[in-house]
Write a protein that binds this ligand. Structure first.
Ligand SMILES: N[C@@H](CCC(=O)N[C@@H](CS)C(=O)NCC(=O)O)C(=O)O
Length: 160
Protein backbone atom coordinates (compact mmCIF):
# COMPACT_ATOMS: atom_id res chain seq x y z
CA UNK A 1 0.00 0.00 0.00
CA UNK A 2 1.47 3.34 -1.02
CA UNK A 3 1.78 5.69 1.96
CA UNK A 4 -0.79 8.42 2.38
CA UNK A 5 -0.26 11.91 3.74
CA UNK A 6 -2.32 13.16 6.63
CA UNK A 7 -2.04 16.81 7.68
CA UNK A 8 -3.11 18.33 10.98
CA UNK A 9 -1.91 20.26 14.00
CA UNK A 10 0.39 18.87 16.66
CA UNK A 11 -2.53 17.60 18.72
CA UNK A 12 -5.21 14.92 18.62
CA UNK A 13 -8.30 17.04 17.90
CA UNK A 14 -10.23 16.07 14.79
CA UNK A 15 -7.45 13.95 13.32
CA UNK A 16 -7.34 11.29 16.00
CA UNK A 17 -10.16 9.05 14.74
CA UNK A 18 -8.51 9.13 11.29
CA UNK A 19 -5.20 8.06 12.82
CA UNK A 20 -6.94 5.28 14.76
CA UNK A 21 -8.50 4.03 11.54
CA UNK A 22 -5.20 4.09 9.60
CA UNK A 23 -3.39 2.30 12.44
CA UNK A 24 -6.22 -0.22 12.71
CA UNK A 25 -5.93 -1.24 9.04
CA UNK A 26 -2.11 -1.04 9.00
CA UNK A 27 -2.03 1.72 6.38
CA UNK A 28 1.27 3.62 6.30
CA UNK A 29 1.03 7.39 6.27
CA UNK A 30 3.24 10.43 6.57
CA UNK A 31 1.98 12.75 9.25
CA UNK A 32 2.40 16.34 8.10
CA UNK A 33 2.41 18.03 11.47
CA UNK A 34 1.73 21.77 11.71
CA UNK A 35 3.24 22.93 14.99
CA UNK A 36 1.85 25.77 17.04
CA UNK A 37 4.02 28.87 17.40
CA UNK A 38 4.81 30.33 20.79
CA UNK A 39 3.04 33.66 20.46
CA UNK A 40 -0.15 35.02 18.99
CA UNK A 41 1.59 36.13 15.77
CA UNK A 42 3.08 32.76 15.01
CA UNK A 43 0.54 30.52 16.72
CA UNK A 44 -1.05 29.24 13.50
CA UNK A 45 1.41 30.43 10.87
CA UNK A 46 2.89 27.00 10.08
CA UNK A 47 -0.43 26.15 8.45
CA UNK A 48 -1.74 29.55 7.32
CA UNK A 49 1.48 30.26 5.40
CA UNK A 50 0.80 27.15 3.28
CA UNK A 51 -2.98 27.20 3.14
CA UNK A 52 -3.32 29.60 0.15
CA UNK A 53 -1.21 27.42 -2.13
CA UNK A 54 -2.05 23.91 -1.01
CA UNK A 55 -3.94 21.95 -3.66
CA UNK A 56 -7.18 21.21 -1.89
CA UNK A 57 -10.71 22.13 -3.00
CA UNK A 58 -11.66 23.29 0.48
CA UNK A 59 -8.35 23.84 2.32
CA UNK A 60 -8.58 22.90 5.98
CA UNK A 61 -7.11 20.63 8.64
CA UNK A 62 -7.24 17.70 8.77
CA UNK A 63 -6.53 16.78 5.14
CA UNK A 64 -5.72 13.45 3.54
CA UNK A 65 -3.80 12.82 0.33
CA UNK A 66 -4.36 9.32 -0.98
CA UNK A 67 -2.74 9.13 -4.41
CA UNK A 68 -4.83 11.39 -6.68
CA UNK A 69 -7.48 11.78 -4.03
CA UNK A 70 -7.13 14.96 -1.98
CA UNK A 71 -9.69 15.41 0.75
CA UNK A 72 -10.60 17.65 3.65
CA UNK A 73 -13.52 17.41 6.10
CA UNK A 74 -13.05 14.87 8.87
CA UNK A 75 -16.23 12.96 8.10
CA UNK A 76 -15.51 12.85 4.36
CA UNK A 77 -12.03 11.46 5.10
CA UNK A 78 -13.41 8.85 7.50
CA UNK A 79 -16.10 7.83 5.02
CA UNK A 80 -13.54 7.54 2.20
CA UNK A 81 -11.27 5.35 4.33
CA UNK A 82 -14.21 3.35 5.67
CA UNK A 83 -15.29 2.49 2.12
CA UNK A 84 -11.74 1.85 0.94
CA UNK A 85 -10.96 -0.57 3.77
CA UNK A 86 -14.45 -2.12 3.83
CA UNK A 87 -15.28 -0.96 7.31
CA UNK A 88 -18.73 0.29 6.35
CA UNK A 89 -22.08 -1.44 6.70
CA UNK A 90 -23.13 -3.54 3.71
CA UNK A 91 -26.86 -4.08 4.16
CA UNK A 92 -29.52 -1.34 4.21
CA UNK A 93 -30.39 -2.29 7.77
CA UNK A 94 -26.78 -2.01 8.97
CA UNK A 95 -26.33 1.21 6.97
CA UNK A 96 -29.27 2.79 8.77
CA UNK A 97 -27.89 1.72 12.15
CA UNK A 98 -24.47 3.03 11.16
CA UNK A 99 -26.00 6.40 10.21
CA UNK A 100 -27.69 6.63 13.61
CA UNK A 101 -24.39 5.86 15.36
CA UNK A 102 -22.78 8.61 13.28
CA UNK A 103 -25.19 11.07 14.85
CA UNK A 104 -24.91 9.66 18.38
CA UNK A 105 -21.10 9.68 18.35
CA UNK A 106 -21.10 13.17 16.90
CA UNK A 107 -23.27 14.39 19.81
CA UNK A 108 -20.91 12.69 22.24
CA UNK A 109 -17.84 14.23 20.62
CA UNK A 110 -19.41 17.73 20.64
CA UNK A 111 -20.35 17.41 24.30
CA UNK A 112 -16.85 16.12 25.04
CA UNK A 113 -15.26 19.14 23.37
CA UNK A 114 -17.07 21.61 25.60
CA UNK A 115 -16.48 19.44 28.65
CA UNK A 116 -12.81 18.61 28.28
CA UNK A 117 -11.46 22.05 27.41
CA UNK A 118 -9.87 23.32 30.64
CA UNK A 119 -11.83 26.55 30.91
CA UNK A 120 -15.12 24.69 30.64
CA UNK A 121 -14.63 21.82 33.05
CA UNK A 122 -17.30 22.99 35.43
CA UNK A 123 -19.97 22.40 32.81
CA UNK A 124 -22.37 19.53 33.11
CA UNK A 125 -22.11 16.61 30.76
CA UNK A 126 -25.74 15.84 29.90
CA UNK A 127 -24.89 13.53 26.99
CA UNK A 128 -23.69 10.91 29.38
CA UNK A 129 -27.26 10.54 30.54
CA UNK A 130 -28.21 10.01 26.92
CA UNK A 131 -25.54 7.33 26.69
CA UNK A 132 -27.47 5.46 29.38
CA UNK A 133 -30.59 5.71 27.27
CA UNK A 134 -28.78 4.35 24.22
CA UNK A 135 -27.42 1.54 26.33
CA UNK A 136 -30.91 0.63 27.48
CA UNK A 137 -32.17 0.56 23.88
CA UNK A 138 -29.21 -1.40 22.49
CA UNK A 139 -28.71 -3.81 25.35
CA UNK A 140 -25.05 -4.09 26.39
CA UNK A 141 -23.92 -1.38 23.95
CA UNK A 142 -21.42 0.28 26.27
CA UNK A 143 -19.82 -2.98 27.40
CA UNK A 144 -18.89 -3.81 23.79
CA UNK A 145 -16.47 -0.92 23.58
CA UNK A 146 -13.81 -0.75 26.28
CA UNK A 147 -12.98 2.92 25.66
CA UNK A 148 -16.65 3.85 25.85
CA UNK A 149 -17.04 1.83 29.07
CA UNK A 150 -14.11 3.64 30.66
CA UNK A 151 -15.40 7.02 29.50
CA UNK A 152 -18.82 6.22 30.92
CA UNK A 153 -17.36 5.19 34.28
CA UNK A 154 -15.35 8.40 34.49
CA UNK A 155 -18.36 10.54 33.63
CA UNK A 156 -20.51 8.84 36.24
CA UNK A 157 -17.86 9.49 38.89
CA UNK A 158 -17.82 13.17 37.91
CA UNK A 159 -21.59 13.38 38.39
CA UNK A 160 -21.43 12.07 41.99
N1 LIG B 1 -15.52 20.94 9.16
C1 LIG B 1 -14.10 20.72 9.32
C2 LIG B 1 -13.59 21.61 10.43
C3 LIG B 1 -12.07 21.61 10.43
C4 LIG B 1 -11.50 22.56 11.47
O1 LIG B 1 -12.22 23.32 12.14
N2 LIG B 1 -10.17 22.51 11.58
C5 LIG B 1 -9.48 23.35 12.53
C6 LIG B 1 -8.73 22.48 13.52
S1 LIG B 1 -9.88 21.54 14.50
C7 LIG B 1 -8.44 24.20 11.85
O2 LIG B 1 -7.54 24.70 12.51
N3 LIG B 1 -8.57 24.41 10.55
C8 LIG B 1 -7.60 25.21 9.82
C9 LIG B 1 -8.26 26.28 9.00
O3 LIG B 1 -9.37 26.72 9.34
O4 LIG B 1 -7.64 26.71 8.03
C10 LIG B 1 -13.86 19.23 9.63
O5 LIG B 1 -14.77 18.60 10.21
O6 LIG B 1 -12.80 18.70 9.31
Amino acid sequence: MAPMTLGYWDCRGLVQPIRYLLEHVGQEYDYKCYTFGNDIDTMFSSWYSQKPTIELDFPNLPYLIDGDIRLTETVAILHHLGRKFELVAQSDLDQRTQDMFDGILNDLASAGTTFYYPDRRSRQYPDDLRLDEHNAAFSGLIAQYSNLSRHHELMLVRHL
